[in-house]
Design a protein around this ligand. Sequence first.
Ligand SMILES: [Zn+2]
Length: 476
Amino acid sequence: MHTLCPSSFTCSCGRPHGSSRLPQLAAELAVNLDHSVQRFVAARDQNLGHLEAEVLHQTQELQRRAVEGGAQAKADATPPCCPVCRQKLTRLSCGHERTFRTRFGPVTLRRTRGFCRRCKKWRFPADAVLGLEESAGCSPAVQELAALLTSKMPVEEAAAVLEHLTGVSLPQTTLHRVARRQGERAQAVRERLDAHATAAPPPHPELTLEPYQMVIEMDAWNIRERDDWGQSAARHRAGQAPERWHWVWTGTVFRLDHGGQTAGGRPVISERGFVATRTGLEGLRTQLHAEAMRRGLGQAVGALVIADGAVWIWRLADDRFPQARQRLDYWHAVQHLAEVGRQRFGDDATALHARLAPLKRQLKNDSAVKVLRQLEDLLADLSPDSPAHKTVTAEVAYLHEHRERMDYRAARRKKEPIGSGAVESTCRQYQCRFKRPGQFWSRAGDEALLCLDTFWRNNRWHLLFPHPHPHDLSKK
Ligand SMILES: [Zn+2]
């Protein structure tokens, strides 16, 4: 028979664990700060940066003590219950010390340990309450810093920036481990969010004011991984070339009425959702559909998939977004036109441009069927035995297959995009972090960091780290 946990608890040892002396320290700090300010005023070789650094340095110990005292007091008040199943723990003992890195320096806590008979595990209930479980010895704020910096820049750079800006010093291996653990936690959160988004889309009153179209774009790019690092020779001998490059499946979704232009005429999208995953086409299918639902696909009057000509894209679109119209990226179609032109008119850039320009204009402003008719005429001029005939035949067949997806005139009239530039820029943004020279990733590690970066881009970071930030607190 298990005993349910009491709602309040006083540590059995009866010792006061937290003794902050904060008021006394604050009074001493005020005097010291006053002296520092006077020294700064008198110093000829110091600018405001010197004073800012000195004030931060002096204030930090008070902040650290406040955090340590508060954490200890909360640990002491935590009932001795299993954080997983809520049953009362047995075989309690207190005073188990552990040191954690915080935003203000290391703090040491003494916690109660107990055994959960139901889970058959030793537990530290205070760690769960304080957000220190599975933390590699870092407070939630430091976990967040590690996750954010490592998802934005290589780990050696992240370690240096972290220390420079905050004074928190983490070895690169620890930093990477903390970030990866947070990324794995983010993957679990994403799975829950996605299941919820597709199960019951919440009605969004703002979404129904004006009818809108939903735009969905997809693409893929590759990333370098080293899952079999050091085993290349052995794998070659075994007849298996090690694969280093792997696909990152990427997508973006936005409402058409959220698109606009900057003062300089550059297209911008005020709100959009991002997906990037190494979990294969299945992962993209699930995540992109969930993202589209969260962004209002369920309430949209129509949807449009725009992409280059990859077969997997149209299969995924047919399968997951069967109601959506499909459009081939205009510039991708033009590349195929250009290939026909090269075969027919040669490689001279000026001549080729002169020949292609009317066809491109016709494709954009008139009708794909008319362009196709001209290409077929070109094909008739070529000798059936020539290599050019074979290439042009293939290109014409390709464009013919996509003729329904080349409705550029109608698109321009409706002010819809004719190209998949939004997803191409999304890929480039991810590549800035994940495709640097000499950089290798492991499959699990890169999915964790991609997931973190995507939470940030989707403005869902607060779901991973719900504590407020300085800018939130200053608004209060
Ligand atoms: Zn338990």
